[in-house]
Design a protein. Structure first.
Lengths: 103, 541
């Protein structure tokens, strides 16, 4: 290896805090599923999931302390996921635009 | 009098540095791992080829007289699964990329040698699962596993086959990860990004696809397994699912997977054309960035596989336009290779013949892809032999011709031995003729309306099918001959020397075969890439 990036030592209390947050948010996910929020059901569940995934990536996977290249690689993965989700949903959203011949 | 002979000390290289099966199975040397891949990938190529032979034999007559319809379904599925997941995807990256990437950048090995070995074991695990499926009855869904056939109606071993592809995918991810880190972190001093050989650029772009695309097919196949086993309802309208969602997810990976096959081939062609014209590739930067452009835009065109599904026509239009845009970076490469050859000292060696074959056949494959990108025309030829011919021109005419060009080009480096140029040229001509005889009639058959994946057909299609089957026999012979002269060369071939072709990239600056650590001294790069000003053009017999 030509160079080594410095390893950041994360205090144990940060891990404990992240772990506690994940447990609490899991409990919130379970609780919120019993409350009918109408069309917001899916968005609330997804928001909690995205928040939980973000803190796992940032703290447990050390991306917060990683190099800019590491952050860029993570962002490119998220961008690709957006391609997949939005373009696929683009198909779903526009299917009805042309109508059905004969109806 | 007894004549005494003085034993000649054999030069140490990666092949004779250690002996015994254990030294191979536990090796962390990227070159030995590449050879492990070479052996295993070749076995899968032969297996996939035998299934192709069965298909062409069956289609020699209009009646289903060799295979019944169920067996035929299983045979073409096995051909597709084996060739795509276990031959085409790993062929160039895992064999030539593994062997050459560290050598080309002046490194001692890949960044993660143990992960490299792990990738081979994971690949073998996936391959073994695939073989178990074949031995126990096979699967009949086609390599595309479309729902609801795969989730509800198929009687074959769908879950096990999906698991085989799922596992093999992880091998691909590990290889891609290794390549990206290696290119970023282990380049020799002075080897800037724009001094990298185009083969390295191509593999970097391929690795991006492997890392970003393969997890999606893994998730998709996992969803398929859950759906078939537990009836969860991702793809079942009865539970609020959508079968077209499977096609979206599947092709999000599987279209870019074509670029996992073709981009490394393009990297090979750039090296071969440059060496045998003794010229820096025309438009080096454009070729390098076109690889990256193909990797990025290749992810945005998957919907052109879904024109006849219930995909929205508006989405179809966007995918159609994006597909046309994707043709531009591919065309840049073709034009630049042609411009490199223009007024070059073109030497028609065996690797160069394969490279020329690639350019011709890939051009036909690419242009017919534009026919299929047109929504109206696509409706006429979807699921016909036109599509079969198109993707074989890309995958066989493109990817395998490139693989053969690369194997012939670097064989002297890999083994230290030369093979017969005459036989290699004969084999290349047989492959070119056999390939066109096999697949060109299929364009006509498809346009006339012969559907793919049927074992019986109307009698008026027989002449073209017989031509196609005859061509397949010639093609098979063309692939068999290199196996003979490559093996022959290991024992009887002339010593190759370090740089038999007069090439300029770093792998040719070390001995053939290279030592375990690749270079005696870490090279320092002080000249621009493809600098032929101080290179003599050797005479090759």
């Amino acid at each position: 290896m030509q160079e080594h990036s410095e390893h950041h030592i994360v205090p144990k209390r940060v891990y404990a805090l992240v772990f506690t947050t994940l447990i609490i948010m899991t409990w919130v996910t379970a609780w919120i599923s019993t409350v009918d929020l109408g069309p917001m059901n899916i968005w609330v569940a997804l928001s909690i999931a995205v928040f939980k995934a973000s803190i796992v990536v940032l703290f447990f996977m050390h991306v917060k302390y990683g190099t800019r290249l590491t952050k860029m690689i993570v962002c490119s993965g998220i961008l690709w996921l957006m391609f997949l989700l939005f373009v696929t949903m683009g198909d779903m959203w526009t299917r009805g635009w042309m109508g059905v011949p004969g109806r | 009098m007894i004549a005494a002979t003085v034993p000649v000390k054999e030069e140490k290289n990666y092949m004779n540095a250690e002996h015994g099966l254990k030294s191979w199975l536990l090796t962390q040397d990227h070159k030995r791992i590449a050879l492990l891949y070479l052996l295993s990938v070749t076995v899968f190529f032969i297996v996939g080829g035998l299934f192709a032979a069965l298909i062409r034999l069956e289609l020699t007559t209009p009646a289903g007289d060799l295979l019944d319809s169920n067996t035929y379904n299983k045979v073409f599925t096995a051909h597709g699964v084996v060739m795509i997941f276990f031959f085409l995807i790993p062929s160039i990256p895992a064999i030539l990329g593994n062997f050459l990437l560290p050598l080309m950048i002046g490194a001692k090995d890949l960044a993660f040698p143990r992960i490299n070995l792990l990738s081979w074991y994971v690949y073998m695990l996936g391959g073994t699962l695939g073989v178990v499926v074949l031995a126990t009855g096979g699967v009949d869904t086609g390599w595309t596993f479309y729902t609801p056939l795969s989730t509800t109606y198929s009687n074959g071993y769908v879950v096990l086959t999906a698991m085989a592809a799922f596992v093999a995918g992880f091998s691909s991810i590990l290889t891609g990860l290794n390549f990206i880190v290696t290119v970023h972190r282990m380049r020799a001093p002075g080897l800037t990004w724009f001094r990298l050989p185009l083969f390295v650029w191509a593999h970097y772009a391929t690795s991006v696809i492997m890392i970003l695309g393969t997890p999606v097919i893994a998730v998709t196949l996992f969803m398929l397994m859950l759906e078939r086993g537990l009836h969860i309802g991702f793809f079942d309208p009865a539970y609020g699912g959508d079968p077209v969602l499977f096609q979206h997810l599947f092709w999000f990976y599987s279209h870019p997977a074509v670029y996992i096959m073709i981009l490394p081939s393009m990297g090979v062609i750039s090296e071969v054309v440059s060496t045998f014209c003794s010229k820096k590739p025309f438009g080096y930067t454009f070729i390098a960035f076109s690889s990256v452009a193909i990797a990025v835009f290749g992810f945005l065109v998957w919907g052109h596989h879904l024109y006849v599904s219930s995909q929205s026509a508006y989405a179809g239009m966007v995918f159609s336009i994006l597909t046309y845009i994707l043709a531009i970076p591919s065309a840049i490469k073709i034009f630049n290779w042609a411009a490199t050859m223009y007024k070059g000292q073109v030497r028609l060696t065996a690797p160069m013949l394969y490279a020329l074959g690639f350019i011709g056949l890939f051009t036909v494959g690419g242009l017919t892809g534009l026919f299929l990108a047109a929504m109206g025309l696509d409706v006429h030829v979807t699921d016909t032999y036109f599509v079969v011919a198109h993707f074989h021109y890309v995958m066989v005419g493109g990817a395998i011709m490139g693989y053969m060009a690369g194997l012939h080009y670097w064989w002297p480096k890999i083994t230290g031995r030369m093979y017969s140029q005459l036989w290699a040229k004969v084999a290349c001509c047989l492959v070119f003729i056999g390939f066109n005889l096999t697949f060109f009639p299929q364009f006509v058959l498809g346009y006339l309306g012969m559907p793919r994946r049927y074992h019986v057909y109307p009698v008026e299609f027989q002449v073209l099918n017989v031509l196609s089957s005859g061509g397949a026999a010639v093609l098979g012979l063309g692939y068999l001959i290199p196996g003979v002269y490559f093996l022959w060369s290991l024992k009887y071939g002339a010593k190759a020397g370090d740089n038999p072709w007069g090439a300029t990239t770093l792998e040719w600056q070390t001995s053939s075969p290279p030592p375990t650590a690749n270079f005696e001294v870490t090279p320092v790069v002080t000249t621009e890439v493809y600098d032929y000003s101080n290179t003599e053009v050797p005479h090759i017999v």
